[in-house]
Design a protein around this ligand. Structure first.
Ligand code: G2I
Length: 469
């Protein structure tokens, strides 16, 4: 049981404490035919409690907790509500890749990536840049270039993109997935490798340092999570870079796990051997296929491995709800398709030292959650000489809710003859409608109730503020 709640969180990366403001439902009424009554006063919160979101819990451990974000989902209320509530770092999933930002030589298009960066930074979240030099999602014109043209195109791409985001990106994946799978330890064939040779990686990092000296420069790869031939090849490169003063600050371990590629038992040891070279390590694209407790245990183990390595500075999961994962059939993420927290979520939050909501009154989405809020919007669905059908749409705020209630005030000449999708009680000409089967709403989700009024179609009812719990 949680005795004390703390509403102050500190963002990883050194920003000052950010006081979380909470909305409390207030009463209000108006008589327009279409009206919206939202939660009112914003009150600063001062009492202390254990962190109850991923970002806040990670920040208390000096880490960030991020998500890969797709610009085309930012208009979805539940998606952004979950992003804004839980995460304090974002990685554009595809929008900063070469084909997205420089589809034609020298012609840059940043609008979709900017959308994500602006969303994140206006809410105090950090941004990971992904990715500058990668063999995949590479426009055709790049592969067609000869060596010297390719060299200048690569350096120009790095410089232009990093300059556009200068000062706004905490870590850049400068080079992504340059090593082959399997036991060879060799570099992967790519236009860069094939035409520029091994030196392209060093050149990319040197160009990147010059473009934005404040950004952490990372090498990022998959199947390098445990100690194996591929990770050892990366390790040897990083050791060489450090010994020769080639700028590199961090190594990203993607962390795409499933039954064919389980979380390795030497994951922590592998992170530690890289950290011992003098670079930060980050888990950059975490997703673990599975469900239930088995998935939750794996997630908890990954988080604990990161926390056990002091230079493991943060974790990013590769998406928010399962339905938007690049491998959605494996349900590899922390939220289900309706944005409900999965057991894996609770395991991650617990491993971070936070307090999961289940069985925890007052936590997000739990009974007594002080952040629970909703809005009520009235419309007249039908009207006739003697009356009308009214509809009130209830929408949850940025936290899930478990119940709602709304007051509807009628003219004294009018009376309600039926109510559906809500449970009414009446006091004089005020009808209080409470949720029945439809009280549980995910953050940003909506439901509605309706009623029939006799006694004239005007005036429309006054609909008071929505109260949620
Ligand atoms: O493949 C998983 C990840 C492996 N590491 C690097 C990451 O950048 C990579 O992310 C995935 C994205 O999650 C996918 O969303 O990279 C894929 C491309 O290699 C992305 O898929 C692409 C589809 O292949 C395209 O057809 C689609 O147009 O996403 C594009 C945008 O939706």
């Amino acid at each position: 049981m949680r005795m004390i709640r703390k509403r102050t969180r500190t963002r990883a990366g050194g920003a000052g404490p950010r006081t979380r403001r909470r909305l409390r439902a207030g009463l209000g009424a108006t008589t327009t035919a279409l009206l919206t009554v939202t939660a009112l006063a914003a009150l600063p919160q001062t009492t202390a409690h254990a962190a109850d979101t991923l970002g806040a819990a990670a920040a208390e451990k000096g880490r960030y907790f991020g998500a890969a974000v797709a610009a085309n989902h930012l208009g979805e209320a539940q998606y952004t509500a979950t992003l804004n509530r839980e995460f304090n770092s974002v990685t554009p999933e595809n929008e900063m890749k070469w084909d997205a930002v420089e589809p034609n030589r020298g012609s840059f298009s940043f609008s979709r990536a900017d959308q994500i960066v602006n969303h994140a930074r206006s809410r105090g979240m950090d941004v990971r840049g992904h990715t500058l030099v990668w063999h995949s999602q590479l426009p055709g014109w790049v592969s067609g270039l000869g060596a010297s043209d390719l060299r200048s195109a690569m350096n120009n791409h790095i410089t232009e993109v990093m300059t556009h985001y200068k000062g706004q990106i905490h870590s850049w994946d400068v080079v992504n997935e340059a090593f082959q799978d399997g036991g060879s330890g060799a570099r992967r064939s790519s236009p860069f490798q094939d035409k520029l040779g091994n030196g392209f990686i060093e050149e990319a990092f040197r160009t990147a340092r010059a473009a934005d000296p404040a950004a952490k420069l990372c090498y990022n790869d998959y199947n390098t999570d445990g100690i194996n031939a591929k990770s050892t090849a990366v390790y040897t490169m990083v050791r060489d870079f450090k010994s020769r003063g080639v700028p590199i600050d961090c190594v990203g371990f993607q962390g795409h796990f499933n039954s064919n590629s389980p979380v390795p038992s030497d994951f922590q040891a592998n992170l530690q051997r890289f950290a011992d070279l003098g670079v930060d390590v980050q888990i950059t694209e975490l997703d673990i296929e599975g469900s239930g407790q088995a998935q939750a245990t794996n997630y908890g183990n990954v988080v604990r491995a990161c926390l056990a390595v002091s230079r493991c500075t943060g974790i990013t999961v590769w998406g928010i709800p399962d339905k938007y994962s690049w491998r959605s059939s494996g349900t590899p993420l922390l939220f289900d398709d309706n944005y409900n927290k999965k057991p894996a979520y609770d395991a991650v939050l617990s491993a971070l030292g936070g307090t999961p909501g289940d069985g925890d009154p007052g936590g997000p989405g739990e009974p007594g959650d002080p952040d629970a809020a909703c809005t009520a919007t009235y419309t007249t669905a039908e009207q006739w000489g003697g009356g009308y059908n009214g509809r009130v749409t209830i929408t949850a705020g940025s936290s899930p809710i478990t119940a709602w209630s709304v007051d509807v005030t009628l003219a004294s000449s009018q009376r309600v003859i039926s109510v559906w999708n809500g449970s009414p009680t009446t006091n004089g000409n005020v009808m209080t409608v409470r949720s029945t089967w439809n009280g549980s709403l995910a953050a940003g989700a909506s439901t509605s109730f309706g009623f029939t009024v006799n006694g004239g179609s005007t005036p429309p009812p006054q609909v008071g503020a929505c109260t949620a719990s």
